[in-house]
Design a protein around this ligand. Structure first.
Ligand code: PDD
Length: 275
C-alpha cells in the first residue's frame, strides 16, 4: 500500500500527474526513514529535517508532525513492514509548467515502504570509493528531489568499478552520493561540519553521539583528500548503509585496507542501539 494524498491506496491506484512539479523541476523534498523490527528509527530527527527543508523551499507541509507520524505508522502497519525503509516525498503540487510558484497548487504527498535487508556484507568487508568533484548547489543541507548531481557521481563510481563516490570541493571532502563521510586519524574522528555543504545526516548525528559515549574524540572540521591519504580508517554513514567501512580510496588502501578498530567499535554500538 502507498500513502498518497492523505489516504492509503494500492500502488496501481496512485495516479501522479505529468504536471506534478516534482516531475518538471524536481520541485519537492523527501525523507528516507529506516524501520527496524517494525519500529521507525530516530523519527524525530527526520521530522525536524523535513520541516526545515519544507520551510526553506517554502512548501507548506499539509499536516503537522503528529499527523504525519500517525500516517507513517498506518503505512508501516498496512504493509506489515519489519525491516526496511519508508520513502516519503512532498512536491509543491500540480500546475502547468511555469517557473513561478503556482497560486493554487496543493502539495502532493507520496510515501511507500520497501523491504530492505541490512547490507551486512559491505558493513563487514568494507567498500571501495573514488573521489570526484562536488558539483552540487550550495544548499546541500536541504533534502530536495534535485539529485541529478548525486546520481551522476554515484554512476561515475560504479563505472570505475568502485562502490561509492567521495565528493570534494577543491580538495575539501564534503560527503558521498547518499551518505556522510568520516575518517579516523590518531584514533580521533573527523567529519565535515554540518553546514550548507552537506546533508545533516541522522546517522551522522547518531554516530557522533555514540562516539562521544565511547570517549572517541570527534572533530566536525573540514579535511582534505590529502589528509585522508594518511588516515587510519574511513567509513560512510547513512540510513541504508548504517556504518560502512571504506577500505580503498582511488585504488589506494585506507590504513591497512581493512575495516579498523574504531569503525568496529562504532558498528557494535550502533548494533546495540537498533536492538
Ligand atoms: N540519503 N548525504 C546525502 C547526500 C544523502 O542523500 C544522505 C541520505 C545522507 C545520510 O543521511 P541519513 O543518515 O539521514 O540517511 C547524507 C538517503 C538515504 C537517500 O537519498 O536515499
Amino acid at each position: 500500500m502507498y500513502l498518497y494524498q492523505h489516504q492509503l491506496l494500492p500502488k496501481d491506484e496512485v495516479a501522479i500527474s505529468p504536471d506534478d512539479r516534482a516531475y518538471y523541476f524536481g520541485d519537492g523534498i523527501y525523507e528516507v526513514f529506516r524501520v527496524y523490527n517494525g519500529v521507525l528509527f530516530e523519527p524525530e530527527g527526520h521530522y525536524r529535517r523535513l520541516e526545515k527543508s519544507a520551510r526553506e523551499v517554502r512548501i507548506p507541509l499539509p499536516y503537522g508532525v503528529d499527523k504525519l507520524h500517525s500516517l507513517l505508522l498506518e503505512l508501516i502497519g498496512a504493509n506489515r513492514l519489519q525491516e526496511g525503509t519508508v520513502y516519503m516525498q512532498i512536491s509543491r503540487g500540480v500546475a502547468p509548467r511555469s517557473h513561478p510558484f503556482p497560486q493554487q497548487a496543493e502539495p502532493v504527498v507520496m510515501a511507500y515502504c520497501s523491504e530492505v535487508s541490512r547490507t551486512l556484507k559491505s558493513m563487514q568487508g568494507g567498500i571501495r570509493a573514488v573521489t570526484a568533484d562536488d558539483i552540487r548547489w550550495l544548499k546541500c543541507d536541504l533534502k530536495t528531489l534535485n539529485l541529478l548531481a548525486n546520481v551522476m557521481a554515484k554512476q561515475h563510481a560504479l563505472d570505475q568499478g568502485a562502490d561509492e563516490v567521495i565528493l570534494h570541493r577543491n580538495g575539501t571532502i564534503t560527503e558521498c552520493s547518499a551518505s556522510n563521510f568520516m575518517m579516523v586519524k590518531e584514533g580521533e574522528l573527523f567529519t565535515h561540519p554540518a553546514n550548507h555543504l552537506i546533508l545533516h545526516g541522522i546517522t551522522r548525528e547518531v554516530v557522533l553521539r555514540l562516539a562521544r559515549q565511547l570517549d572517541i574524540r570527534c572533530h566536525e572540521r573540514a579535511f582534505s583528500i590529502e589528509d585522508l591519504s594518511s588516515a587510519e580508517e574511513a567509513f560512510i554513514t547513512g540510513t541504508v548503509t548504517e556504518i560502512t567501512p571504506v577500505v580503498t580510496v582511488d585504488g589506494k588502501p585506507v590504513g591497512r585496507g581493512e575495516p579498523g578498530p574504531v569503525t568496529r567499535r562504532l558498528q557494535q554500538a550502533f548494533e546495540q542501539l537498533i536492538g
